[in-house]
Design a protein around this ligand. Structure first.
Ligand code: ADP
Ligand code: MG
Length: 420
Protein backbone atom coordinates (compact mmCIF):
# COMPACT_ATOMS: atom_id res chain seq x y z
CA UNK A 1 0.00 0.00 0.00
CA UNK A 2 1.26 3.47 -0.76
CA UNK A 3 0.71 6.33 1.61
CA UNK A 4 -2.52 7.45 -0.06
CA UNK A 5 -4.01 3.99 0.25
CA UNK A 6 -3.04 3.80 3.91
CA UNK A 7 -4.60 7.22 4.38
CA UNK A 8 -8.01 6.35 2.93
CA UNK A 9 -8.11 3.03 4.79
CA UNK A 10 -7.48 4.93 7.99
CA UNK A 11 -10.30 7.36 7.18
CA UNK A 12 -12.62 4.47 6.33
CA UNK A 13 -12.00 2.99 9.75
CA UNK A 14 -12.19 6.35 11.49
CA UNK A 15 -15.51 7.48 10.02
CA UNK A 16 -17.36 4.27 9.19
CA UNK A 17 -15.67 1.66 11.38
CA UNK A 18 -15.10 -0.65 8.40
CA UNK A 19 -11.70 -2.24 7.95
CA UNK A 20 -12.14 -3.03 4.25
CA UNK A 21 -13.59 -1.47 1.18
CA UNK A 22 -16.38 -3.31 -0.59
CA UNK A 23 -16.01 -4.17 -4.27
CA UNK A 24 -14.80 -1.22 -6.31
CA UNK A 25 -15.17 1.42 -3.59
CA UNK A 26 -11.47 2.08 -3.20
CA UNK A 27 -10.88 2.62 -6.92
CA UNK A 28 -13.92 4.87 -7.13
CA UNK A 29 -12.76 6.97 -4.18
CA UNK A 30 -9.27 7.30 -5.63
CA UNK A 31 -10.81 8.53 -8.87
CA UNK A 32 -12.94 11.10 -7.05
CA UNK A 33 -10.00 12.33 -4.99
CA UNK A 34 -8.17 12.81 -8.30
CA UNK A 35 -10.84 15.39 -9.22
CA UNK A 36 -12.02 13.44 -12.27
CA UNK A 37 -15.58 12.89 -13.42
CA UNK A 38 -16.58 9.43 -12.24
CA UNK A 39 -19.41 7.09 -13.12
CA UNK A 40 -20.35 4.30 -10.74
CA UNK A 41 -22.65 1.43 -11.61
CA UNK A 42 -23.23 -0.96 -8.73
CA UNK A 43 -26.24 -3.06 -7.79
CA UNK A 44 -28.42 -1.98 -4.88
CA UNK A 45 -26.65 -2.68 -1.61
CA UNK A 46 -23.27 -2.45 -3.32
CA UNK A 47 -22.21 0.45 -1.12
CA UNK A 48 -22.49 3.41 -3.46
CA UNK A 49 -23.12 6.03 -0.74
CA UNK A 50 -19.74 5.52 0.85
CA UNK A 51 -18.09 6.14 -2.54
CA UNK A 52 -18.98 9.82 -2.29
CA UNK A 53 -19.38 10.21 1.46
CA UNK A 54 -15.82 9.30 2.31
CA UNK A 55 -14.12 11.59 -0.23
CA UNK A 56 -16.51 14.38 0.79
CA UNK A 57 -15.55 14.00 4.45
CA UNK A 58 -11.81 14.15 3.80
CA UNK A 59 -11.68 16.91 1.18
CA UNK A 60 -11.76 20.67 1.38
CA UNK A 61 -15.08 22.28 0.58
CA UNK A 62 -18.63 20.98 0.49
CA UNK A 63 -19.86 18.13 -1.69
CA UNK A 64 -23.32 18.54 -3.15
CA UNK A 65 -25.32 15.33 -3.25
CA UNK A 66 -28.37 15.25 -5.49
CA UNK A 67 -30.87 12.59 -4.58
CA UNK A 68 -34.50 12.17 -5.63
CA UNK A 69 -36.13 11.22 -2.34
CA UNK A 70 -36.35 13.48 0.68
CA UNK A 71 -36.77 10.50 3.03
CA UNK A 72 -33.57 8.88 1.78
CA UNK A 73 -31.66 12.15 2.08
CA UNK A 74 -32.81 12.56 5.68
CA UNK A 75 -31.67 9.01 6.51
CA UNK A 76 -28.25 9.64 5.04
CA UNK A 77 -27.82 12.95 6.81
CA UNK A 78 -28.74 11.35 10.14
CA UNK A 79 -26.30 8.53 9.47
CA UNK A 80 -23.45 10.95 8.67
CA UNK A 81 -24.22 13.11 11.70
CA UNK A 82 -23.99 10.04 13.92
CA UNK A 83 -20.40 9.56 12.71
CA UNK A 84 -19.37 12.98 13.90
CA UNK A 85 -19.78 15.26 16.88
CA UNK A 86 -20.79 18.13 14.61
CA UNK A 87 -24.39 18.31 13.46
CA UNK A 88 -23.38 20.76 10.75
CA UNK A 89 -21.20 18.21 9.00
CA UNK A 90 -24.17 17.26 6.79
CA UNK A 91 -27.29 19.17 5.82
CA UNK A 92 -30.33 18.83 3.62
CA UNK A 93 -31.38 21.86 1.63
CA UNK A 94 -35.04 21.76 0.66
CA UNK A 95 -38.21 23.76 0.52
CA UNK A 96 -39.42 22.64 3.94
CA UNK A 97 -36.67 24.53 5.80
CA UNK A 98 -37.48 27.72 7.69
CA UNK A 99 -35.55 30.95 7.07
CA UNK A 100 -33.59 30.39 10.29
CA UNK A 101 -32.68 26.85 9.26
CA UNK A 102 -31.52 28.01 5.86
CA UNK A 103 -29.35 30.68 7.50
CA UNK A 104 -27.77 27.98 9.68
CA UNK A 105 -27.07 25.75 6.68
CA UNK A 106 -25.42 28.65 4.85
CA UNK A 107 -23.38 29.55 7.90
CA UNK A 108 -22.10 25.99 8.32
CA UNK A 109 -21.17 25.76 4.64
CA UNK A 110 -19.40 29.11 4.66
CA UNK A 111 -17.39 28.23 7.74
CA UNK A 112 -16.24 25.01 6.08
CA UNK A 113 -17.98 22.78 8.60
CA UNK A 114 -20.41 21.17 6.15
CA UNK A 115 -18.89 18.39 4.09
CA UNK A 116 -22.08 17.00 2.58
CA UNK A 117 -25.04 19.00 1.37
CA UNK A 118 -28.00 16.93 0.19
CA UNK A 119 -30.25 18.66 -2.30
CA UNK A 120 -33.34 17.59 -4.19
CA UNK A 121 -32.98 18.35 -7.90
CA UNK A 122 -35.86 20.84 -7.86
CA UNK A 123 -34.27 22.81 -5.01
CA UNK A 124 -30.99 23.00 -6.86
CA UNK A 125 -32.69 24.93 -9.63
CA UNK A 126 -33.58 27.77 -7.27
CA UNK A 127 -31.63 30.82 -8.28
CA UNK A 128 -31.09 31.90 -4.70
CA UNK A 129 -29.35 28.62 -3.87
CA UNK A 130 -27.31 28.57 -7.05
CA UNK A 131 -26.02 32.08 -6.33
CA UNK A 132 -25.02 31.01 -2.83
CA UNK A 133 -23.33 27.80 -3.97
CA UNK A 134 -21.30 29.78 -6.53
CA UNK A 135 -19.78 31.72 -3.65
CA UNK A 136 -18.48 28.76 -1.63
CA UNK A 137 -15.91 26.04 -2.39
CA UNK A 138 -17.57 22.88 -3.77
CA UNK A 139 -15.51 19.67 -3.75
CA UNK A 140 -17.71 17.80 -6.22
CA UNK A 141 -21.31 17.13 -7.16
CA UNK A 142 -22.58 13.58 -6.66
CA UNK A 143 -25.72 12.59 -8.52
CA UNK A 144 -27.23 9.59 -6.82
CA UNK A 145 -29.82 7.49 -8.68
CA UNK A 146 -28.43 8.99 -11.88
CA UNK A 147 -30.72 6.82 -14.04
CA UNK A 148 -33.48 9.33 -13.18
CA UNK A 149 -31.92 11.38 -15.99
CA UNK A 150 -32.90 8.83 -18.64
CA UNK A 151 -36.26 8.14 -20.20
CA UNK A 152 -35.03 4.59 -20.65
CA UNK A 153 -34.58 4.20 -16.91
CA UNK A 154 -37.32 2.99 -14.61
CA UNK A 155 -37.71 6.26 -12.76
CA UNK A 156 -37.37 9.16 -15.18
CA UNK A 157 -37.46 12.57 -13.51
CA UNK A 158 -37.41 15.58 -15.81
CA UNK A 159 -35.76 17.80 -13.14
CA UNK A 160 -32.66 15.65 -13.46
CA UNK A 161 -32.28 16.93 -17.02
CA UNK A 162 -31.47 20.44 -15.73
CA UNK A 163 -28.65 19.33 -13.50
CA UNK A 164 -25.85 19.66 -16.01
CA UNK A 165 -26.84 23.22 -16.79
CA UNK A 166 -26.83 24.17 -13.12
CA UNK A 167 -23.59 22.41 -12.30
CA UNK A 168 -21.88 24.33 -15.12
CA UNK A 169 -22.83 27.53 -13.34
CA UNK A 170 -20.90 26.34 -10.29
CA UNK A 171 -17.63 26.43 -12.17
CA UNK A 172 -15.31 23.52 -12.80
CA UNK A 173 -16.41 20.88 -10.32
CA UNK A 174 -16.08 17.13 -10.86
CA UNK A 175 -19.32 15.16 -11.22
CA UNK A 176 -19.91 11.73 -9.77
CA UNK A 177 -22.89 9.83 -11.22
CA UNK A 178 -24.13 6.75 -9.40
CA UNK A 179 -26.80 4.24 -10.31
CA UNK A 180 -27.90 0.68 -9.69
CA UNK A 181 -29.86 0.29 -12.86
CA UNK A 182 -27.71 0.90 -15.83
CA UNK A 183 -28.44 -0.96 -18.99
CA UNK A 184 -25.97 0.16 -21.67
CA UNK A 185 -28.66 2.45 -23.07
CA UNK A 186 -29.31 4.19 -19.74
CA UNK A 187 -25.58 4.40 -19.19
CA UNK A 188 -25.06 6.18 -22.49
CA UNK A 189 -27.89 8.57 -21.69
CA UNK A 190 -26.41 9.48 -18.31
CA UNK A 191 -22.96 10.19 -19.73
CA UNK A 192 -24.43 12.23 -22.57
CA UNK A 193 -26.80 14.24 -20.41
CA UNK A 194 -24.18 15.02 -17.82
CA UNK A 195 -21.73 15.80 -20.61
CA UNK A 196 -19.07 13.56 -19.12
CA UNK A 197 -18.03 11.10 -21.78
CA UNK A 198 -14.55 11.43 -20.28
CA UNK A 199 -15.67 9.96 -16.92
CA UNK A 200 -13.81 7.12 -15.26
CA UNK A 201 -16.43 4.39 -15.30
CA UNK A 202 -16.63 1.67 -12.66
CA UNK A 203 -19.10 -1.12 -13.12
CA UNK A 204 -19.61 -3.90 -10.62
CA UNK A 205 -21.11 -7.24 -11.57
CA UNK A 206 -24.90 -7.48 -11.36
CA UNK A 207 -24.86 -11.21 -10.85
CA UNK A 208 -26.79 -12.39 -7.79
CA UNK A 209 -25.63 -16.01 -7.58
CA UNK A 210 -27.92 -16.92 -4.68
CA UNK A 211 -31.12 -15.99 -6.53
CA UNK A 212 -33.00 -18.75 -8.35
CA UNK A 213 -34.93 -17.55 -11.41
CA UNK A 214 -38.05 -19.33 -12.58
CA UNK A 215 -40.87 -18.49 -14.98
CA UNK A 216 -44.15 -20.40 -14.94
CA UNK A 217 -46.93 -20.21 -17.45
CA UNK A 218 -49.86 -18.34 -15.97
CA UNK A 219 -52.98 -20.46 -15.98
CA UNK A 220 -56.32 -20.17 -14.26
CA UNK A 221 -54.83 -22.20 -11.40
CA UNK A 222 -52.37 -19.49 -10.53
CA UNK A 223 -53.84 -18.86 -7.09
CA UNK A 224 -53.61 -22.46 -5.94
CA UNK A 225 -50.14 -22.63 -7.49
CA UNK A 226 -49.02 -19.62 -5.43
CA UNK A 227 -50.58 -21.05 -2.28
CA UNK A 228 -48.77 -24.35 -2.82
CA UNK A 229 -45.50 -22.51 -3.39
CA UNK A 230 -45.87 -20.46 -0.21
CA UNK A 231 -46.79 -23.53 1.84
CA UNK A 232 -43.59 -25.15 0.59
CA UNK A 233 -41.80 -22.11 2.05
CA UNK A 234 -43.70 -22.12 5.32
CA UNK A 235 -42.73 -19.40 7.79
CA UNK A 236 -40.45 -17.70 5.27
CA UNK A 237 -40.75 -14.05 4.26
CA UNK A 238 -41.84 -13.24 0.75
CA UNK A 239 -43.20 -10.52 -1.51
CA UNK A 240 -45.84 -10.97 -4.20
CA UNK A 241 -46.00 -8.24 -6.82
CA UNK A 242 -49.24 -7.60 -8.71
CA UNK A 243 -49.98 -5.03 -11.36
CA UNK A 244 -53.20 -3.60 -9.95
CA UNK A 245 -54.41 -2.58 -6.51
CA UNK A 246 -57.49 -4.71 -7.02
CA UNK A 247 -55.37 -7.80 -7.64
CA UNK A 248 -53.28 -7.02 -4.58
CA UNK A 249 -56.40 -6.94 -2.42
CA UNK A 250 -57.88 -10.11 -3.86
CA UNK A 251 -54.66 -12.15 -3.66
CA UNK A 252 -54.02 -11.02 -0.09
CA UNK A 253 -57.52 -12.12 0.78
CA UNK A 254 -57.19 -15.50 -0.92
CA UNK A 255 -53.96 -16.13 0.97
CA UNK A 256 -55.51 -15.17 4.30
CA UNK A 257 -58.47 -17.47 3.68
CA UNK A 258 -55.97 -20.24 3.03
CA UNK A 259 -54.22 -19.75 6.35
CA UNK A 260 -51.25 -17.75 5.09
CA UNK A 261 -50.43 -14.59 7.01
CA UNK A 262 -50.40 -11.88 4.39
CA UNK A 263 -51.09 -8.14 4.15
CA UNK A 264 -51.76 -5.92 1.15
CA UNK A 265 -49.65 -2.88 0.27
CA UNK A 266 -50.43 -0.32 -2.41
CA UNK A 267 -50.68 3.43 -2.91
CA UNK A 268 -54.47 3.35 -2.51
CA UNK A 269 -54.17 2.50 1.18
CA UNK A 270 -53.79 5.39 3.58
CA UNK A 271 -50.30 6.20 4.81
CA UNK A 272 -50.97 4.80 8.27
CA UNK A 273 -52.12 1.42 6.99
CA UNK A 274 -49.21 1.25 4.57
CA UNK A 275 -46.72 1.99 7.33
CA UNK A 276 -48.40 -0.57 9.57
CA UNK A 277 -48.31 -3.31 6.94
CA UNK A 278 -44.71 -2.56 6.09
CA UNK A 279 -43.74 -2.75 9.76
CA UNK A 280 -45.66 -6.00 10.20
CA UNK A 281 -43.62 -7.47 7.36
CA UNK A 282 -40.31 -6.13 8.67
CA UNK A 283 -41.09 -7.32 12.22
CA UNK A 284 -42.23 -10.71 10.92
CA UNK A 285 -45.75 -10.43 12.25
CA UNK A 286 -46.75 -11.54 8.76
CA UNK A 287 -44.90 -13.74 6.30
CA UNK A 288 -46.09 -12.29 3.04
CA UNK A 289 -46.75 -8.85 1.68
CA UNK A 290 -48.82 -8.64 -1.50
CA UNK A 291 -47.98 -5.39 -3.20
CA UNK A 292 -47.86 -3.16 -6.20
CA UNK A 293 -44.50 -1.72 -7.17
CA UNK A 294 -45.20 1.02 -4.62
CA UNK A 295 -43.63 -1.38 -2.14
CA UNK A 296 -39.92 -1.83 -1.82
CA UNK A 297 -38.05 1.45 -2.29
CA UNK A 298 -35.59 1.55 0.56
CA UNK A 299 -36.89 -1.64 2.17
CA UNK A 300 -33.96 -3.52 3.58
CA UNK A 301 -35.16 -6.84 4.94
CA UNK A 302 -32.21 -9.17 4.55
CA UNK A 303 -34.05 -12.50 4.70
CA UNK A 304 -36.75 -12.21 2.06
CA UNK A 305 -36.78 -15.77 0.72
CA UNK A 306 -39.02 -15.37 -2.31
CA UNK A 307 -40.34 -12.73 -4.68
CA UNK A 308 -43.29 -13.72 -6.83
CA UNK A 309 -44.50 -11.74 -9.82
CA UNK A 310 -48.16 -12.49 -10.29
CA UNK A 311 -48.02 -10.28 -13.38
CA UNK A 312 -44.98 -9.66 -15.52
CA UNK A 313 -43.15 -6.40 -14.85
CA UNK A 314 -42.91 -3.63 -17.42
CA UNK A 315 -39.17 -3.90 -17.88
CA UNK A 316 -36.29 -6.20 -17.02
CA UNK A 317 -34.78 -3.43 -14.95
CA UNK A 318 -37.84 -3.36 -12.74
CA UNK A 319 -37.74 -7.14 -12.60
CA UNK A 320 -34.12 -7.10 -11.51
CA UNK A 321 -34.81 -4.43 -8.86
CA UNK A 322 -37.87 -6.19 -7.50
CA UNK A 323 -36.34 -9.67 -7.42
CA UNK A 324 -33.21 -8.10 -5.95
CA UNK A 325 -35.10 -7.67 -2.68
CA UNK A 326 -34.80 -11.44 -2.15
CA UNK A 327 -31.76 -13.01 -0.52
CA UNK A 328 -30.01 -9.80 0.53
CA UNK A 329 -28.29 -11.82 3.27
CA UNK A 330 -26.74 -14.13 0.69
CA UNK A 331 -29.15 -16.95 1.56
CA UNK A 332 -31.76 -18.54 -0.68
CA UNK A 333 -33.92 -16.27 -2.81
CA UNK A 334 -36.49 -17.77 -5.15
CA UNK A 335 -37.71 -15.45 -7.90
CA UNK A 336 -40.82 -16.77 -9.56
CA UNK A 337 -42.62 -14.94 -12.36
CA UNK A 338 -45.94 -15.92 -13.92
CA UNK A 339 -46.18 -15.20 -17.59
CA UNK A 340 -49.00 -15.07 -20.09
CA UNK A 341 -49.14 -13.21 -23.35
CA UNK A 342 -52.51 -11.75 -22.33
CA UNK A 343 -50.68 -9.76 -19.65
CA UNK A 344 -48.34 -8.34 -22.25
CA UNK A 345 -51.29 -7.17 -24.28
CA UNK A 346 -52.82 -5.66 -21.18
CA UNK A 347 -49.65 -3.68 -20.46
CA UNK A 348 -49.49 -2.55 -24.08
CA UNK A 349 -53.04 -1.31 -23.81
CA UNK A 350 -52.18 0.66 -20.66
CA UNK A 351 -49.38 2.35 -22.55
CA UNK A 352 -51.43 3.24 -25.58
CA UNK A 353 -52.77 6.34 -23.84
CA UNK A 354 -49.28 7.78 -23.39
CA UNK A 355 -47.27 10.09 -25.64
CA UNK A 356 -45.80 8.32 -28.67
CA UNK A 357 -42.16 8.55 -27.62
CA UNK A 358 -42.97 7.10 -24.22
CA UNK A 359 -45.01 4.36 -25.83
CA UNK A 360 -42.18 3.32 -28.08
CA UNK A 361 -39.79 3.05 -25.18
CA UNK A 362 -42.40 1.16 -23.16
CA UNK A 363 -43.01 -1.38 -25.94
CA UNK A 364 -39.30 -1.95 -26.50
CA UNK A 365 -38.71 -2.55 -22.80
CA UNK A 366 -41.68 -4.89 -22.63
CA UNK A 367 -40.42 -6.91 -25.60
CA UNK A 368 -37.29 -7.66 -23.59
CA UNK A 369 -39.42 -9.00 -20.76
CA UNK A 370 -41.30 -11.20 -23.22
CA UNK A 371 -38.01 -12.51 -24.62
CA UNK A 372 -36.81 -13.25 -21.09
CA UNK A 373 -40.00 -15.10 -20.21
CA UNK A 374 -39.98 -17.12 -23.41
CA UNK A 375 -36.29 -17.90 -23.61
CA UNK A 376 -34.99 -21.40 -23.15
CA UNK A 377 -31.46 -20.21 -22.39
CA UNK A 378 -29.93 -19.53 -19.00
CA UNK A 379 -32.08 -16.81 -17.45
CA UNK A 380 -29.14 -15.45 -15.53
CA UNK A 381 -27.16 -15.16 -18.77
CA UNK A 382 -30.11 -13.42 -20.40
CA UNK A 383 -30.53 -10.92 -17.56
CA UNK A 384 -26.84 -10.15 -17.30
CA UNK A 385 -26.54 -9.76 -21.04
CA UNK A 386 -29.31 -7.17 -20.80
CA UNK A 387 -27.09 -5.28 -18.35
CA UNK A 388 -24.19 -5.45 -20.79
CA UNK A 389 -22.43 -8.20 -18.87
CA UNK A 390 -20.94 -11.46 -20.18
CA UNK A 391 -21.91 -14.53 -18.21
CA UNK A 392 -20.55 -18.04 -18.70
CA UNK A 393 -23.61 -20.24 -18.23
CA UNK A 394 -21.42 -23.30 -17.60
CA UNK A 395 -18.95 -22.05 -15.06
CA UNK A 396 -20.29 -18.67 -13.88
CA UNK A 397 -21.34 -18.21 -10.26
CA UNK A 398 -24.92 -19.39 -9.79
CA UNK A 399 -24.97 -20.94 -13.28
CA UNK A 400 -27.39 -23.72 -12.34
CA UNK A 401 -29.80 -21.49 -10.44
CA UNK A 402 -32.66 -21.31 -12.90
CA UNK A 403 -35.44 -23.43 -14.31
CA UNK A 404 -34.11 -23.48 -17.88
CA UNK A 405 -30.73 -24.77 -16.79
CA UNK A 406 -32.18 -27.34 -14.37
CA UNK A 407 -34.87 -28.59 -16.77
CA UNK A 408 -33.65 -27.77 -20.26
CA UNK A 409 -36.63 -29.41 -21.99
CA UNK A 410 -39.23 -27.57 -20.04
CA UNK A 411 -39.81 -24.82 -22.61
CA UNK A 412 -42.46 -22.18 -22.09
CA UNK A 413 -45.28 -22.41 -24.60
CA UNK A 414 -47.26 -19.65 -23.04
CA UNK A 415 -49.03 -18.47 -26.17
CA UNK A 416 -50.84 -21.77 -26.53
CA UNK A 417 -51.71 -22.24 -22.91
CA UNK A 418 -53.09 -18.84 -22.14
CA UNK A 419 -56.14 -18.66 -19.97
CA UNK A 420 -57.56 -15.18 -19.49
P1 ADP B 1 -26.32 1.28 -2.45
O1 ADP B 1 -26.53 2.75 -2.39
O2 ADP B 1 -25.27 0.87 -3.43
O3 ADP B 1 -27.58 0.51 -2.62
P2 ADP B 1 -25.57 1.63 0.31
O4 ADP B 1 -24.64 2.76 0.11
O5 ADP B 1 -26.91 1.91 0.84
O6 ADP B 1 -25.72 0.81 -1.06
O7 ADP B 1 -24.82 0.54 1.19
C1 ADP B 1 -25.36 -0.72 1.46
C2 ADP B 1 -24.83 -1.26 2.77
O8 ADP B 1 -23.46 -1.61 2.66
C3 ADP B 1 -24.95 -0.27 3.91
O9 ADP B 1 -25.50 -0.94 5.01
C4 ADP B 1 -23.50 0.12 4.19
O10 ADP B 1 -23.29 0.46 5.54
C5 ADP B 1 -22.75 -1.13 3.81
N1 ADP B 1 -21.36 -0.87 3.43
C6 ADP B 1 -20.91 0.05 2.56
N2 ADP B 1 -19.57 0.01 2.44
C7 ADP B 1 -19.14 -0.97 3.27
C8 ADP B 1 -17.84 -1.50 3.61
N3 ADP B 1 -16.72 -1.04 3.06
N4 ADP B 1 -17.80 -2.52 4.50
C9 ADP B 1 -18.94 -2.99 5.05
N5 ADP B 1 -20.18 -2.55 4.79
C10 ADP B 1 -20.29 -1.54 3.90
MG1 MG C 1 -27.98 4.17 -2.78
Amino acid sequence: MNSNEIEIHKELKKYFGFSQFKGLQEQVITSILGKTNTFVIMPTGGGKSLCYQLPALIQEGTAIVVSPLIALMKNQVDAIRSLSSENGIAHVLNSSLTKTEIAQVKKDITSGLTKLLYVAPESLTKEEYVAFLQSVPISFVAIDEAHCISEWGHDFRPEYRNLRHIIKQLGKVPIIGLTATATPKVQEDILKNLDMSDANTFKASFNRPNLYYEVRTKTKNIESDIIRFIKQHKGKSGIIYCLSRKKVESIAEVLQVNGISAVPYHAGLDAKTRAKHQDMFLMEDVDVVVATIAFGMGIDKPDVRFVIHHDIPKSLESYYQETGRAGRDGGEGHCLAYYSYKDVEKLEKFMSGKPVAEQEIGFALLQEVVAYAETSMSRRKFLLHYFGEEFDSETGEGADMDDNVRNPKNKIEAKEQVVK
